[in-house]
Each structure stands twice: as C-alpha cells, then as structure tokens.
Design a binder for this molecule. Structure first.
Ligand SMILES: C[S@@+](CC[C@H](N)C(=O)[O-])C[C@H]1O[C@@H](n2cnc3c(N)ncnc32)[C@H](O)[C@@H]1O
Length: 335
C-alpha cells in the first residue's frame, strides 16, 4: 500500500505564481523615479501623481501596493520611503541598488520567454545589446553590476588577503569596482581591468569616481584572444564563469594561471551552487537568468570550480561562502 502524504499548504504556489505582481510594482516605481522623488520628503498621492506625470487614482493604488510591500510608509499627511527604500533605492545613498533594479527591469520581458529559451536552446536577448550595442541597456548593466559589486566587493576584501601582493589582473572586470575597492584597501596594489571596449569606457568613469585611477588601469579587449599582462600576483575572475561552458571556464583558468607569477593567487568569485546544482535556490534561478541572457550562460557549483583549479595545477585550494545575503562564493588557488 502506498503511504498517504498529508496535503501541503498551497501558499508557496500562490506566492510564486503572483511574484511578478510585486516585482513589477517595485521595478515600475523605481523606473518612474518614485523613491528618488520621496527622498527625505513626505508627499501626498495627489502631489506624487502630479510630479511623476501619472493618473491620480491609479497612482493611489500603486502607492498603497508599495506600502503593502514595505517599500513606502503611509502617514496621515502623505507617503514616505520606508527604511528599506531610503537605504537602497534613493540615488546617492552608499547602498544604492536602483541601477541593478533597472537591469532587472530590462530583463523582465525576457523572463516571459523562458519556455522559448528551453525549446530553442537559445538566449532570448542578444548579449551584444547590453555589452555595448544599446547604450542605455549597457549603462544599466554596468552601473547595476557596480551597485552590487560595492556590497559584494567589500565582503570579498574581507575574505581574500592580498597583503604583500602588488599586481592584480581583473579578467572581465566589468565596472572595475572590485579592482578599485581592493586598490583602496591595499595602497600599494596596482590593478589592470580587462573587459570589452564599451564596458571599459563606463568602468573608467567609476574608477575615477572611486579615486584610484592612478593605480587601476583598464585594458579594452577580449580575455580569450588578446595577450594578457603576465607576472601578476593575483588574478581575479568575478562573475565571468557563469557565462562560459566547462571548456570555456577551463581555458580561462589556464590563461589566468599563465598570467600569474609563481606563487600567485587565482580568485574566482561568482554565484555558485552546492554540488547538487539546485541549492541555494537563488543560485539555481540565477542559472536560468544567465541561460536567458548569454549563449553559454548557466551556473556552476563551487565543487566543480575547485576541481577545475586542481586539474589546472593550482594548489592550496579553498572555498569560501560569503556571509548572507551575498549570493557569491569564492574559490581560491595558488600557482
Ligand atoms: C557579469 S559581468 C562581471 C563583471 C565584474 N567582474 C563583476 O563581478 O561585477 C561579466 C563581464 O565579463 C565581460 N566579458 C565577457 N566576455 C568577455 C571577453 N571575451 N573578453 C573580455 N570581457 C568579457 C563582460 O563584458 C562583463 O563585463
């Protein structure tokens, strides 16, 4: 006889199947500039609608939904940003994530084509769009990576000890934020950020803003094809392996090894799953996001990456998770 399983609570299905309601409410409010408008201010629904150029009745519904989601607080004389929105969604705040939300917003329609991606085996947007061809999408992508990297990068600096190391090569360094934060922390460190030309153009602005352009230089190019500077003490590969197949990852790890001086350190930081490929759930979903947006996009496990490092000849291999809520993990090896 088969054992009868108790009927579970259906709430997770309801929450998952309507998750796009909350996501679109947040992304639209961010896109319309609601949180910027309310920075340090309390405004009525009528004034908010007038300032945003939106319809008043519909705006009230939106403001109430934002309040229900914990993004705003409703007070007797109007609405204010909640502590959450004030910390992360007001432009200029150190924890600002608004650009990262703009990139999620750009991908919202792409997620509706998940089934098409599964059937065709192809991404649903051309990666070229956000890697240079569309200036707005490229800026959202690079500035969004910067928003996230400001948090993740500070945590990385706490995990990886670069004392006594002076030359860093950041492959696929994107906004340059990691190299810049590490240069701030280690005043004798010189760093080179390699990335595609249109990405590097925005990275230079960010490196300037972080005040380290005298020690962090950029090298526009292709990390698979171009000659890389050698003799480095550290090579960082952050957020890159999730765009590559196994052979692409192994080839890049080999190139990183060749760019290191003897005793040099390879640092791989990425969203990585457990060995089962399914947990944490955020990492498994991230694999779908990459599948939708890059030809070879997906997600790897930290155990797999550690194995590749071992096979590439690295020793002293260590794996470190970041403290929650950071979704990254780090794999380190010595040449
Ligand atoms: C997800 S981003 C990660 C950026 C940064 N390292 C970070 O962690 O925030 C991946 C980066 O790899 C770069 N990239 C992809 N293919 C590349 C190639 N063939 N040569 C150089 N850069 C490349 C992209 O332009 C992008 O900036």
């Amino acid at each position: 006889m088969t054992e009868q399983r108790p009927i579970p609570d259906p709430s997770p299905l309801v929450a998952l199947s309507t998750a796009h309601w909350g996501a679109q409410t947040l992304l639209t409010a961010n896109r319309l500039g609601l949180f910027a408008l309310l920075a340090g201010r309390q405004l009525t629904a009528k004034t908010i609608a007038a300032e945003l150029g939106t319809a008043e009745r519909q705006t009230r519904l939106m403001l109430n939904a934002c309040t229900g989601l914990g993004l705003l607080e409703s007070q007797p004389d109007g609405y204010v940003n909640s502590a959450l929105s004030a910390a992360f969604l007001e432009p200029g705040k150190p924890g600002y994530l608004g650009d990262a939300l703009r990139y999620s917003d750009d991908l919202y329609g792409t997620w509706a084509r998940l089934g098409d991606a599964l059937i065709s085996g192809k991404p649903q947007i051309p990666a070229e769009d956000y890697l240079g061809r569309d200036p707005d999408q490229t800026r959202h992508f690079v500035r969004g990576m910067h928003n996230r990297a400001l948090g993740v990068g500070r945590a990385l600096a706490g995990i990886v000890d670069l004392e006594g190391r002076y030359r860093l090569l950041d492959l696929g360094g994107g906004p340059g934020t990691y190299a810049a934060l590490l240069a701030q922390r280690y005043p004798k460190l010189q760093a080179t950020v390699v990335d595609l030309p249109d990405i590097v153009a925005i990275a230079r602005e960010i490196i300037d803003e972080l005040g380290v352009s005298d020690r962090v230089t950029t090298l526009p190019g292709d990390f698979n094809e171009d000659v890389l500077p050698d003799g480095n003490d550290v090579v960082l590969i952050s957020g890159v392996l999730h765009r590559e197949t196994e052979s692409g990852c192994r080839a890049l790890i080999d190139r990183a090894r060749d760019a290191l001086a003897p005793g040099g350190m390879l640092v791989i930081s990425d969203v990585l799953t457990d060995a089962n490929g399914s947990t944490p759930a955020f990492a498994a979903l991230f694999g779908l996001n990459m599948m939708l947006t890059a030809a070879d996009g997906g997600v790897h496990s930290d155990a797999t990456v550690a194995h590749w490092l071992e096979e590439a000849g690295f020793t002293c291999i260590e794996r470190h998770p970041f403290q929650p809520p950071m979704p990254h993990r780090v794999v380190i090896g010595a040449k």
